[in-house]
Design a protein around this ligand. Structure first.
Ligand code: FES
Ligand SMILES: [Fe+2]
Length: 335
């Protein structure tokens, strides 16, 4: 395997599960950022993500750990840990161990996803995870769309930044996704950790059409390197979330989600047929994303890349923007 030249310990929000994979009382095992972790859901519904090994004598809490009300109880000696990672009970002592703490991760549940904040320097979150609905501020929400369709591909040899760079890579659309003409970018805003990219694109018509005549496009919001949300206009109404999370020094898990807009009510359509059509279109959007995955998973990151003059601005902007999510790189540049 080839280790990517980019750090697999970037800072930001990253998806580690879907909310419905972890019910009340469940203890869910997972590995991200080279750490064994558990996610457990308390009686109240609150979800906690913490490192998996008990601070007492190191039992793995994902094998026999039990949710008791609002705490997680270790299978080995029954010590109980709360959502802050604090020990609240040693069953055979009159007081808990107040000094030791399990490492917990800031967590948000949004758009049916579980996102954790990862930072090697353990800073608190300094930007927000994007929301596939609210972030576009158009008043539309999950109720305006059919249920989420999903793709999960685990343990692929790729880096989150490959996926993000796709967002400025106008030339690949024609070759990977068979668009008739090359899209045109109308916005590149890389001023903040949450960045914005808009482009005009069409999947219809022939290669003789003019991009100025195209009346459809995509708006993308990148919340750091881990999560990107998109909204389309002028075509079948769809929103997507792509989320790439490093597992270890070599591989990442990829999750991709699509929502297709419901037709206006009373449009005189057959609802079952409309839903079938939507599901079909969702599968097509997922298939397009899988075409990208086939490239990314075999790619070797090129640095510096051989860019065409027209590519220079977009790739330079996104690569400069990305450096802020690698604390070690950032520290060495400052120092
Ligand atoms: S190892 Fe967890 S309570 Fe002893
Ligand atoms: Fe793509």
């Amino acid at each position: 395997m080839a280790k990517p030249p980019l750090s697999m310990k970037p800072t930001g929000w990253f998806q580690v599960a879907w909310s419905d994979e972890i019910g009340v009382g469940d203890v869910h095992r997972m590995t991200y950022f080279d750490q064994e972790m558990v996610a457990w859901r308390a009686e109240s519904g609150e979800l906690t993500v913490m490192n998996a090994y008990c601070e007492h004598l190191g039992a793995h809490l994902g094998y026999g750990g039990k949710v008791v009300g609002e705490v997680l109880q270790c299978p080995f000696h029954g010590w109980q840990w709360n959502s802050q990672g604090r020990n609240v009970c040693i069953p055979y002592q009159d007081r808990p161990n107040r000094g030791r703490r399990m490492r917990t991760y800031p967590v948000v549940e949004r758009n049916e996803s579980v996102y954790i904040w990862h930072d090697a320097q353990r800073r608190e979150p300094y930007f927000d995870a994007p929301d596939v609905f609210a972030s576009f501020e158009d008043g539309r929400g999950a109720g305006d769309y059919y249920p989420q369709q999903r793709l999960f591909r685990g343990g692929l040899e790729l880096h989150p930044q490959y996926v993000l760079e796709n967002g400025v890579d106008f030339a690949h659309f024609k070759f990977v996704h068979n668009t008739p003409i090359v899209p045109v970018f109308t916005r590149h805003d890389f001023a903040d950790p949450v960045s914005f990219v808009d482009f005009t694109i069409t999947f219809e018509g022939d290669d003789g059409q003019n991009i100025e005549d195209v009346n459809s496009g995509v708006e993308a919001i990148n919340g750091g390197l881990g999560i990107a949300v998109t909204k389309s206009w002028g075509m079948v109404d769809n929103r997507t979330i792509s989320a790439v999370t490093p597992v270890d020094e070599f591989t990442s898990d990829v999750r991709f989600m699509v929502y297709i807009g419901r037709p206006e009510t009373g449009a005189g359509k057959d609802p079952a047929r409309a839903e079938r059509k939507a599901a079909e279109f969702g599968r097509e959007v997922i298939r397009q994303f899988e075409q990208d995955i086939e490239i990314w998973r075999h790619q070797r990151y090129s640095d510096p890349p051989a860019l065409a003059p027209d590519e220079y601005e977009g790739f330079t902007a996104i690569r400069n923007w990305a450096t802020q999510f690698y604390p070690e790189l950032y520290a060495s540049q400052k120092g």
